[in-house]
Design a protein around this ligand. Sequence first.
Ligand code: 6R9
Length: 575
Amino acid sequence: MTERQLVETIPSVKGRYNLQSYESAYSTFRWDEIKTQFTWHQTGNCNLAYEAIDRHAQGSLKNKTALIYEDDARKEKYTFEQLSQISNRFGNLLLKLGIGQGDRVFFFMPRNPEIYTGIIGTIKIGAIVGPLFEAFMEGAVLDRLADAEAVAIVTTSALKQRIPRDKLPHLKYVIVVDEQEQWLPGEIDYRQEMAEASDELDIAWVDLEHPFILHYTSGSTGKPKGVLHVHGAMIQHYITGKWVLDLQDDDIYWCTGDPGWVTGTTYGIFAPWLNGATNLIRGGRFSPERWYQTIEDYKVTVWYSAPTAFRMLMSAGDEVARKSDLSTLRHVLSVGEPLNPEVIRWGMKVFGKRIHDTWWMTETGAHMIVNFPCMDMRPGSMGKPFPGIQAAIVDDQGNELPPYRLGNLAIRTPWPSMMRKIWNNPAKYEEYFRLKGWYISGDSAYRDEDGYFWFQGRVDDVINTSGERVGPFDVESKLVEHPAVAEAGVIGKPDPIRGEIIKAFISLREGYRETPELLEEIRLFVRNGLSAHSAPREIEVVGKLPKTRSGKIMRRVLKAQELGLPTGDLSTIED
Ligand code: 6R9
């Protein structure tokens, strides 16, 4: 990696942000000080769900709207007090079934208010939540429930068909939230039980190290890993919600992530409610018109989404955006994939706002490297480490590398929301910490001399062409700058002479047709805009790129298909 000649900067905009100066916060930060915000800070006996909901329900935010829910069929609002009562009922429902501390309770439903109150209720009794994507098929459900030895699952009458109970000896209860004609043994009628349950619950006071959530995340090969987090993560959920999401009293906050993805829990549930914010949840499918309309209808002020969604909105055209009033938006953020500079430029045009990239992982539990509103932004960079977080680029021996050298993105251990276990797989867990004192993310990145971090790809995705290391992200970002390109996925394809050549898979925007001239024009566009060695030698037009449920382009799938190899675990693929 060579030094950049020209770095685009989008200056910070003055405002009443919760964090006013990054440098001074970073130099004086202590996690211990953040703990004093919590009711448990002297005893250490805590409960994340209590801090997120009941504490507000018992205080001045009692009648504040905590949850606004909307999909094509339901529109509902709940105050903190109502969420406290409903989740108490759910906690009692579980207790009545004999479910208790440390038991694994899974959620397998389309987004609906019951997932949110159910997750809170489960955590209140000290049990462990296992969130699943509703799109999972039988095999994916089986793998996760079997590995976790789940005792109960909350689901719908339609989705329960995908739960192979005969292969799950530990699964005692299937809690069905909607009506059905026939109830099988072991099936619990959620509506009836909830109607009978008490509003008062004995909350389980647990240690900060007590687990509360098990998120399965798939690697490229083998079975998905169960990443376990503990109640103490709330310290980081809270302070990143305050400083990065910049949540303030009168905000209407919308995070588009599904609870099956860690973004949909840490920043779709815990961070906003720990901060006492009004949290908007939208169910149903993605649609540019409806998404923009949701912002207008609810006067959304803080919006957290993902590059895949922003790129889809971008390719739907600016006219669609102009049909809705988006002027209430004051802070927009992104996570899940690298945020292409072109998308940031587009955001400045349609929202009049910067889109703030944030980098973190299921394993890190909360934000690690981010762009704060008070900070100058360098499009294409994921920003700087959160205060209290020490990030570095290290080589394969754990030595720190100087600016502009590509290497392993690593975090100094520990931090409050760090995963504590890979379920049933201690060897896998140890692998992340193989270089002493560091957590190795598996991402490849470099740092510039001002401390901004630049993501290049998963370590396995980095391309070596004629001796040059090329990160797929740079090439993809240049490709989507071309007016014909909607999305791009770039891989290294083995080549006898060059080691690897760069192959790009692209989807075209509305109104463009594939012609040899267009492909050549796109190739030259990258060549002239980036460098000769970064230009794709092959470009293939596809209708759609393979993506995960959280919108990540699956480069390993593109590569396996290209080489005619097995594609590995596909349980999280979009369709
Ligand atoms: C929160 C989440 C983690 C992986 C991570 C990286 C990619 C996430 C990113 C990003 C570039 C960003 N990733 N955020 N890459 N810029 N801002 O996404 O967790 O689903 O576990 O994925 O996603 O490759 O290692 P998870």
